[in-house]
Ligand binder design. Sequence first.
Ligand SMILES: [Zn+2]
Length: 494
Amino acid sequence: MVYDGSGGPPQIADIGIRGDSIAAIGDLGDAQAQRVLEVGGMAVSPGFIDLHTHLDPVMTHSDCESHLRQGVTTSLGGPDGSSPWPFDAYLDSLSNLGVGMNVGYLIGHNTVRRNVMGLDNRAPTPEELEQMKAQVALAMEEGAWGISTGLKYLPGSFSETEEVVALSRVASEAGGIYTSHLREEGLEIFASVQEAITISEQADITVVLTHHKVIGKPMWGKSRETLAMVDSARAKGLDVRIDQYPYNASYTGISVLIPAWARAGGQEAFLQRLADPILRDSIHAGVVFNILNDRGGDDLARIQFARVSWMPELEGKTLKYWCEQQGLEPTLENGADLVLDAQKRGGASCVFFAMDEGDVQQIMQHPYTMIASDGRLVNPGEGHPHPRWYGTFPRVLGKYVREEKRLPLETALYKMTGLPAHTMGLSDRGYLRVGMKADVTVFDPETVADRATFEKPHQYPDGIPYVIVNGHLAVDEGELVPAKNGRVLRKTKP
Ligand SMILES: [Zn+2]
């Protein structure tokens, strides 16, 4: 069953691949081939395109197994405002090294702001803004697909909207898109969605609300409103889109619970503020507020440690567990003390169970929502990652399509192929059509499933026997082929 990536119904057909491209689709019963894959009963799809990948470990994980095994053949890196720099040199060295899947990059706002202004909590001078614009322009010339922001993170959180508009306009003029990790995803989410829409309007740019979610108990159910905001922006002619990972828990540094002003200037400045009793009180109050209303979900058991370099035995355990282990009552106040303690020791990565499943489903069903992992390349045994690093795409196909019937299969595949290709402006991938690059994923719709869980994340998915990248097998009978047939994709001028 061939799903062409357009969201239309499948057809039964053979696919012929020559070199790196699709040469024929139809009844090819008489054709000769070096190798024939008999995949009767399977679904054949364009390789999945992941618009939000943390590719940072790619130099040491260049086979990209954790992504290929999910059926992903193209990933967009540089999300959340953070990208390689210098851009061109990095892409060159990756190209020389070789990579298992296709990769492209965004230029990160936090990266250029840090280059020019360090971690200063202020607006840029006109000269500094010009320098940032020049760096964005340079990266766009060198093949970036657009710009990303991480307005929740340092130093992006110190920027005003007009700075992001100015930089996004530079990306837009070069044909790029803008993916936004919103400033806030909890109590302030409406203002943050509105900010992204304003940037789309003022910079004349396609905006992707990345890993869209509604965080914190008081906000559960509010995706109805955020999706309505997207709809009305689209009705006005703005191009606003969404990507999402299919889980009701997020993953980031424990520092996300600490007010940004407290960490301005970096770790040293943070420690100094913490040493001042009055400032410490107000930092502590901010953390309590965030546990109550934001990523803490009003319960220390909803915060689970994933990577803790200074106390590995905490990995997989919750903040509630740590509190009790210290002989403390698991109150929000005691939890906040430990959060500050953790940050003092160098921070930790955590899973935050602070989303409502109803919101996850509602966002997924929006016609402009794409599936994206927000996963980081990983090898089995490395720390305690979020299961989305291994399971995002098969989880949608297994849990949300087959088991719960939230989406028709062809719609889910469109959200993984044609729609992200169109969003990026990738013209030769994302669809199974003659002349397109031969990126193909073959899976069994009856068995495809994620196996990674929050408890045991290091598990490859089931039901994806073949993945083809640029005409070469990258996964063969469920096993990785250690050949590097991916390409570094640079956007060319429209
Ligand atoms: Zn993010």
